[in-house]
Design a protein around this ligand. Sequence first.
Ligand code: UD1
Ligand code: UDP
Length: 378
Amino acid sequence: MPKKILFIFGTRPEAIKMAPLIDAMRNSEKFDTRICVTAQHREMLDQVLKIFGINPDHDLNIMTGNQSLFDVTSRIISRLQEVLAVEKPDLVVVQGDTTTTFAGSLAAFYTRTAVAHLEAGLRTGNKLAPFPEEINRRITSVIADIHLAPTPWARDNLLRENIPARDIFVTGNTVIDALFQVVAMLKRNHPDFGATFKGIDFTKNVVLITGHRRESFGEGFRNICESIATLARKFADVEFVYPVHFNPNVRKPVYSILHDIVNVHLIEPLDYEPFVYAMEKSYLILTDSGGVQEEAPSLGKPVLVMRETTERPEAVEAGTVRLVGTDKTKIEEEVSRLLIDRNQYLLMSRSHNPYGDGKASERILKILEEYFTGNFID
Ligand code: UD1
Ligand code: UDP
């Protein structure tokens, strides 16, 4: 009898990082794969589902405009009760550190269902940064039975929290599987993204920007936008391309401060394929995104991270990612330096893969097979 695996996810990055494993599992006779999306994100989730051909068995459709953490958590918990009762899975798989991740784990625990956690063990050690993700992932680690750590550093964090070594596996991050699939597709098919990037000149140096962290709402986002405005005026020959996250706390300051600067291109969140294309074509990336910090080193793109802390120190140590926080002067100095000083730029442009080799899903599939056949290493 195949084992029934229920994937629970709800946001864009979870979907991108789950997709390669879902694909691998669908091709295995050992598993009966079911998918439940909470739809904590709606449009940004649907973009990913479409690209990877994922049709959910259950869609909780919980997103509302400017939702609070209370809204998201309570809706997910109450609506998962029925899904778990109907599906009775042998294992629930969650990913990362969103509210869907933590609420999905908790719901599984309430039905005494085993939980596998992808991207386990990331930590900043500061419960308020990132907020609420640091606590979401810590709670998930307390509940999970199988901990799939992307790197040795993440494994060590879990060991320090007394998670048994036999339940932790270093697999690489599935985001690199997804990235490599798309990079190969772009090389093979040369799709035309002309309409998506209308008015943007990729023959010029491009600074690609993303941002959405809750702890930066308010002053942090105003600082970020004001420094982009200053930089765009100073470097008139550089294109600043910013696909703006749908969160209204992000959109409001971004559109009010940056809408009328000719070389700042505010565009809608991109499908994953054109976003990877834009990363490949960019000169440098300015972001607070977790996923982008993981992908950019594999593409050899320098990343300036607009946060005070990171749970992904591997690329910082390797010198291709630098933390710049949300201080205006610091952002302006660091971006200017990379635009002006070619040697500094080259030092940060080394391509390397600290977060995975593109084979994480293969490894995870094997680990889950062994979990059910009783060969789980003790
Ligand atoms: C969420 C996650 C964060 C993750 C990020 C990835 C939590 C608490 N936050 O943050 O960990 O890094 O996703 O992007 O789990 N919205 C839309 N359409 C969409 C998506 C969002 O309109 O497709 C708007 C809605 O008004 C929604 C708001 O954005 O209420 C906030 O969405 P939410 O998922 O609560 O927070 P994010 O900032 O997206
Ligand atoms: N991404 C995308 N379109 C965009 C911006 C980002 O497909 O317009 C991808 C990006 O390549 C990465 C993921 O979305 O894989 C990151 O999502 P986000 O920054 O929303 O969340 P985080 O990783 O910070 O949790």
